[in-house]
Design a protein around this ligand. Structure first.
Ligand code: PMP
Length: 400
């Protein structure tokens, strides 16, 4: 019997990244592939305490179905935190009514794709961009257009040119803070110019901000949502990188009109995000030192970033370039022109080390001479050992 799957899934079977990343799960491989936070950062004692208290204080409420937009106590705590952080930067106060809790920010991406995209619509993204967002949007079969990006972020003049000449642009997806995969943080000037262009064309923007709290050095730079006179920005935050990804808790902030559409899709998708974890995190935010916890995470990750960058400097061939991110979880490696990070991957796996080849982050151009490294997950000695193995792989590959 022939089983007939949907057209979109038949097209998606071309991706071979899955089997390649499956290799990285072997226990003897040093993997720099995943975007995993360090397990030691999870506040297990505190999360256990709130898990017990929530059940003791309002167990029935926590175990009942809840509103599709989420538990008001958590929406309020998120609004308060955003208002504390971003109102001094000029943002209009966030009303908790404009917040929707999602099951990870990945769900926010999925819902946004369904709300905006019809087949063959255009989605603009940074070049390169987060492959998980590309995968979520791809289910709606858009065309991705990569907007040129440099070490300051997306180039507004290039964006303007594209918007002036491209029809059917539904929204622009960007990660201005410590981007996945490059680790780049957009400068304030770039953000302001970007918002001028976006405001001129009145195009919605998805501002994905999972890494803004993981800032190791420098001043906080205002988010796009704080410079948005026409309320075009859909802001996305998550607890995955600050608390624990296993909680699967994140949020969207957007205007009433967009939120109503998001809510329609959310209700049809999973009715609501689990009520229990929402109450736990609301209670955690109210009773524990969340900001202090984030600061501790940043210290650890800044250190691991330095261990990785020092090892790269020491061991990598000099014609291989890499970024020095001031936050987030990733850095981005550029191989000399003509090299192929997928070919290099075979040399790396032979030496029991893994990364994510860069072409999946470029859905239109498919550039092949880049790869992404994660520095948050492994201990210092493992990072050093893995970078040494990668340097061996690079030398062998470049010599062949
Ligand atoms: N957006 C970006 C840019 C990410 O890097 C990730 C996780 N790697 C996500 C969204 C999804 O995160 P979560 O669903 O855990 O909130």
């Amino acid at each position: 019997m022939a089983i007939h799957f949907s057209e979109v899934l038949s097209k998606m079977k071309g991706s071979d990244l899955g089997p390649l990343l499956a290799l990285t799960a072997q226990p003897d491989i040093i993997s720099f592939a995943g975007g995993l936070p360090a397990p030691r950062t999870f506040p297990l004692k505190e999360l256990t305490e709130v898990a017990v208290k929530v059940r003791e204080e309002d167990g029935a409420g926590a175990m009942q179905y809840g509103p599709s937009l989420g538990f008001m106590g958590l929406r309020q705590a998120i609004a308060d935190r955003m208002n504390r952080m971003y109102c001094p930067m000029g943002m209009d106060k966030v009303d908790p009514k404009n917040i929707m809790i999602t099951t990870g920010s990945q769900q926010g991406l999925d819902i946004t794709g369904r709300v905006f995209i019809d087949k063959d619509d255009v989605v603009l993204i940074e070049s390169p961009s987060y492959l998980g967002a590309i995968g979520a949007f791809a289910l709606e079969q858009p065309k991705f257009v990569e907007v040129p990006t440099d070490d300051q972020g997306m180039i507004p003049e290039e964006l303007d040119k594209i918007l002036a000449t491209t029809d059917k642009v539904k929204f622009i997806y960007v990660i201005p803070n410590y981007q996945n995969p490059t680790g780049i943080c957009w400068s304030l000037e770039r953000r302001q110019k970007f918002m001028e262009v976006v405001t001129k064309y009145e195009i919605p923007v998805f501002e994905d901000n999972p890494y803004g709290d993981l800032r190791f050095e420098g001043e906080e730079i205002a988010p796009l949502v704080s410079m948005d006179p026409k309320h075009l920005v859909i802001y996305s935050g998550t607890f995955s990188k600050t608390l624990a990804p296993g909680m699967r808790l994140a949020w969207l902030v957007c205007n009433d009109e967009i939120l109503a559409k998001m809510d329609l899709v959310k209700g049809s998708t999973d009715l609501s995000t689990p009520c229990v974890t929402q109450r736990e995190v609301a209670m955690y935010m109210e009773n524990y030192d969340f900001e202090g916890h984030i600061k501790e995470n940043c210290k650890l990750y800044a250190h691991r970033r330095d261990v990785m960058c020092d090892a790269i400097k020491k061991y990598f061939p000099s014609d291989v370039k890499s970024t020095y991110p001031h936050g987030g979880l990733f850095l981005w490696v550029e191989l000399p022109e003509g090299c192929d990070a997928r070919d290099l991957f075979k040399y790396a796996i032979e030496r029991k080390v893994a990364y994510v080849p860069g072409d999946s982050f470029f859905p239109a151009s498919g550039k092949r001479n880049y790869f992404r490294l994660n520095f948050s997950y492994n201990d210092d000695d493992v990072i050093e050992d893995g970078v040494k193995r990668l340097a061996d792989a690079l030398k062998a590959y470049l010599a062949d």
